[in-house]
Design a protein around this ligand. Structure first.
Ligand code: SF4
Ligand code: SF4
Length: 204
């Protein structure tokens, strides 16, 4: 199969997964997180931070799943220019681009009223926080907690269980290269210099 055909097949498979994840969200128990009440500037940088220097904005790196950026664009009409795109060797001879929302500026989807403008389709990574998935050396899914989240003590265990089950189902579909990128992004400390960004972001 040609690389382009293979990528289209992969994309269709991932779109099917996202359809199911979105459907399942409608019956998820509440997370019980108190984002608006307790959070000043963590998960989604607050409007008041927009004038702050990039290095002072406390923002996560949101790493999208394979083809999640394309899915989000199709479902919400948002522009690809809002994402950083990072090349990922998905399979031998097959490179795709992973969408990311990263440090250094507020999320472009956060509204002035502190809502997520793409809430129904927002990335699974956003939905998962303050749970942080990782795979160990044996390919087993493990979990850490985002200790900076002020809502952590309110997290509903039933919601957490459902989110973990969602990720568990994705494990066979996610190459190690994606997990490597996910782990790398978690320790990212800022936007790379422009010359590196143009070299790595793969915008075309
Ligand atoms: S999940 Fe936690 S860190 Fe993120 S916005 Fe909500 S309270 Fe803040
Ligand atoms: S996509 Fe939505 S939930 Fe995720 S960081 Fe942006 S505003 Fe927050």
């Amino acid at each position: 199969m040609l690389s382009a055909d293979f990528i289209e097949t992969l994309k269709a498979e991932w779109f099917g997964r996202f359809d199911r994840i979105i459907d399942d969200r409608r019956t998820l128990p509440s997370s019980n997180l108190k984002c608006l009440d307790l959070c000043q500037a963590r998960c989604c940088p607050r409007v008041g931070m927009r004038s702050m220097p990039a290095g002072e904005i406390a923002s996560p790196v949101v790493v999208l799943l394979p083809f999640e950026m394309e899915y989000l664009m199709e479902k919400t009409g948002v522009s690809q220019t809002l994402f950083r795109r990072w090349p990922l060797a998905f399979a031998p001879g097959v490179t795709i681009h992973i969408g990311m929302l990263d440090l250094g500026k507020p999320c472009p989807f956060l509204t002035n009223t502190l809502q997520c403008s793409i809430h129904e389709h927002n990335p699974l990574d956003c939905r998962t926080y303050p749970l942080l998935p990782l795979v160990n050396g044996s390919g087993i899914l493990e979990w850490e907690l985002g200790e900076n989240c002020p809502s952590l003590m309110h997290l509903n265990p039933k919601f957490a269980r459902a989110i973990k089950d969602t990720w568990q189902e994705l494990i066979p579909c996610l190459p190690q290269a994606w997990w490597d990128l996910y782990a790398f992004a978690d320790h990212w400390t800022g936007w790379p210099p422009p010359e590196l960004e143009s070299a790595h972001a793969g915008r075309d």
